[in-house]
Design a binder for this molecule. Structure first.
Ligand SMILES: [Cu+2]
Length: 439
């Protein structure tokens, strides 16, 4: 079936109505934007290149069409409703800006050597543009508003078109009112597969790191915050709503990470040594690879981590800055560690409505209290620590998820549940006497 340009745009109108409709129904996986509903006559780029398809955690790749010698995409920049933790209690919902109904926007996948044509329809209340970070292209396609093109006014559709000269993990974002537009969620991954299927992996996961400042009781990210953000996300989602990465034992895995936040993130994987095999400059020469368990992904960088998942288990994958594996924290509260608190928090809340106490004996109390409903936070904020594991509360949030490695995975791609540890392979209690072996 062939759609005319006009039909496509009319589809875009229905699309927007669709987005509004889905906002009413709570928290499923991102529903496809109607612009993505047209039949895709193209083999997905990954298959064409002999590669595994990219799994964008909590996201999806944008279907493309082949027309007039180019792989054609259509992005719609628009205001959306966004939930940082779909399906979780204590959600934080905001008005974000994104593409095709989500933040981040859909992942674009293409093959090195192809020509791409990308329509951008601006349904924002202000002008915008798109910069293609890391792609080698003509200057006039680079998307820097005021420098390489005029800004794209609200209501207009412009088209970018260029050949893909390099492969690797790249991303796209506005280069017009960039501070505000990125702070409110405008970004997406752009993955260019190499020709000929070299360096194939079995699982190819992808995520964009981001930070947000959503003041409790408000519904729009604050773009003026420079360092003290309160939400840390993989693909605009916090733990425990971030999808786990499901892997069969023995498979070769790639995790592609792009950082569009304002902080560097040391990304740490438990259980395996990985090699950093590439960045936004493309694939690295093999002699530069070396084993790591933590890779710093600096602001504005991408990094590809690759490893063979040869040991079963539930393996944590997270940013190693401890504040980044927490959800909204009050950073301006006094430290009450070791202070008898009793009814102190309630009494302080009488004069300071947003007040949330840290624990008297440590912060782990926090998840217990919020789960019991004893520590109701202010409007539109979420508990600092969330997540229930097979052995209790995970006391995590933000940039945290799990790589689940199993001999077998459910055929339908569903979560296999928690790992069952073989007998004799797990830590165990030996005493309940605090003076054990110390007398
Ligand atoms: Cu971090």
């Amino acid at each position: 079936m062939k759609l005319s340009r006009r039909q496509l745009l009319q589809g875009g109108g229905a699309a927007l109505a669709g987005v509004v409709a889905t906002q009413a129904s709570v928290a499923a996986a991102p529903s496809p934007h109607p612009l993505e509903n047209f039949p895709d006559p193209l083999a997905p780029a990954a298959r064409k290149a002999g590669q595994a398809p990219v799994t964008t955690l909590n996201g999806r790749s944008l279907p493309a069409r082949w027309r007039d010698g180019a792989r054609e995409f259509h992005l719609v920049a628009e205001e959306i409703e966004h939930d940082f933790a779909p399906g979780q209690a204590g959600i934080t919902r905001i008005k974000a800006w994104g593409y095709n109904g989500t933040t981040p926007g859909p992942t674009l996948e293409a093959v090195e050597g192809e020509r791409v044509r990308i329509y951008l329809t601006n349904r924002l209340p202000e002008h915008t543009s798109i910069h293609w970070h890391g792609l080698l292209l003509p200057a006039g396609m680079d998307g820097v508003s005021g420098l390489t093109q005029p800004p794209i006014p609200p209501g207009e559709t412009w088209v970018y078109e260029f050949e893909l000269r390099n492969h690797g993990t790249f991303f796209y974002h506005p280069h017009a009112d960039e501070l505000l537009q990125v702070a409110t969620g405008m970004m997406g991954l752009f993955i260019v597969h190499p020709r000929g299927g070299e360096d194939r992996v079995d699982r190819d996961f992808a995520m964009l790191l981001h930070n947000w400042s959503v003041h409790p009781g408000t519904y729009r990210p604050d773009p003026s915050v420079m360092t003290d953000f309160n939400l840390w996300t993989f693909n605009s989602t916090v733990f425990p709503a971030i999808e786990p990465m499901l892997v069969k034992r023995g498979e070769r895995v790639r995790i592609r990470i792009g950082n569009l936040s304002m902080h560097d993130h040391p990304m740490h994987l438990h259980g395996f040594r990985f090699y950093v095999t590439g960045g936004d400059g493309g694939r690295w020469p093999r002699h530069t690879w070396h084993p790591e368990v933590t890779a710093l992904v600096a602001v504005g960088q991408t990094r590809d981590l690759e490893f063979v998942a040869d040991v079963n288990g539930d393996w944590a994958f997270h940013c190693h800055k401890a504040h980044h594996t927490m959800n909204a924290m009050g950073h301006d509260i006094p430290n009450p560690l070791g202070v008898k608190q009793q009814d102190l928090a309630e009494r302080i809340r009488e004069v300071l409505p947003g007040y949330m106490a840290m624990g008297e004996h440590g912060m782990a109390e926090h998840q217990v209290h919020t789960d019991m409903g004893h520590m109701e936070g202010p409007e539109n904020t979420m508990p600092m620590m969330m997540g229930e594991g097979p052995f209790g509360k995970l006391e995590m949030g933000g940039m945290f998820t799990v790589v689940k490695v199993r001999d077998d995975l459910p055929k339908d791609g569903s979560d296999p549940g928690w790992y069952q540890h073989p007998k004799g392979t797990q830590v165990r209690r030996v005493s309940q006497d605090p003076s054990f072996r110390l007398k």
